[in-house]
Design a protein around this ligand. Structure first.
Ligand SMILES: Nc1ncnc2c1ncn2[C@@H]1O[C@H](COP(=O)(O)OP(=O)(O)OP(=O)(O)O)[C@@H](O)[C@H]1O
Ligand SMILES: [Mg+2]
Length: 225
């Protein structure tokens, strides 16, 4: 489903040396696989998720998703790809603080979906599934870390994406909340969603089928669980 061949990406920050964030990295992921992405801080994990999700571009190499070369997409095609195929759960949640939980969850639908009338019902169903229906009208800034994380997962799932890209989705959560959030991902996995999840936590990577280790923008280990 995902075929990444020899991708490289350099950041060129002003007033400092260039950083090789991805260095000739290749990776194949099958449909329905649950892949944990590990590695030290700065190794290129988030960059990998960003380029795969069409949020950032590579300098060279090929990224095919379901047979389509996304590196040759126009901006508009990329936006469409993100909306139709990918659900993101970002490191900093990426939620809109002064909007309610339900408004945050419905953002992708208002962009993408033709039948807007169905949206409120769809969003409520999703909030219920995530166990946060009672939080529907609360501003996101006022929620706890675990509650925000559920809102972020609900938003990532609402379009029924083929791929979920999750960046440290359980970072800074207590172990009970962590287990609850992971149960949500396990359910998604059972339903056949392909998941790539960045984590520093060995307990979390134990949930995955496969564990990658990234160092200096390269995959240095790729093991089945
Ligand atoms: N927008 C940017 N501009 C310049 N350099 C960047 C940018 N984003 C990332 N980098 C650099 O690219 C390298 C890889 O960053 P990346 O965010 O992918 O690491 P990471 O593995 O996700 O780290 P962490 O575990 O801390 O989240 C780092 O050296 C980082 O400083
Ligand atoms: Mg990161």
């Amino acid at each position: 489903m995902i075929q990444i061949e020899h991708i490289s990406k350099q950041y060129r920050p002003k007033k400092s040396l260039p950083v090789q964030a991805l260095d000739d990295l290749s990776l194949h992921v099958n449909k329905g696989e649950f892949v944990a992405v590990t590695g030290v801080s700065g190794s290129g994990k988030s960059t990998l998720l960003h380029v795969l999700g069409g949020m950032d571009t590579v300098d060279s190499g090929s990224i095919k998703v379901c047979g389509e070369e996304i590196t040759s997409y126009t901006r508009k095609q990329l936006a469409q790809y993100r909306n139709a195929r990918v659900g993101f759960v970002l490191q900093d949640f990426g939620l809109i603080p002064y909007r309610s939980a339900i408004e945050n969850v419905t953002v992708p639908l208002y962009i993408h979906q033709k039948n807007k009338g169905k949206i409120p019902q769809q969003a409520e169903t999703m909030l219920k599934k995530m166990g946060i229906l009672d939080l529907r009208d609360r501003y996101v800034y006022s929620l706890s870390g675990g509650q925000k994380q559920r809102v972020a997962i609900a938003r990532a799932m609402i379009n029924d994406p083929d791929i979920i890209l999750a960046d440290e989705p359980t970072g800074a959560l207590d172990s009970k909340t962590k287990t609850e959030i992971m149960d949500l991902f396990v359910d998604l996995h059972k339903n056949g969603t392909t998941i790539l999840m960045v984590t520093h936590d060995n307990e979390i990577s134990a949930y995955a089928d496969r564990v990658l280790k990234i160092s200096d923008g390269k995959i240095i280990a790729d093991e089945k669980n």
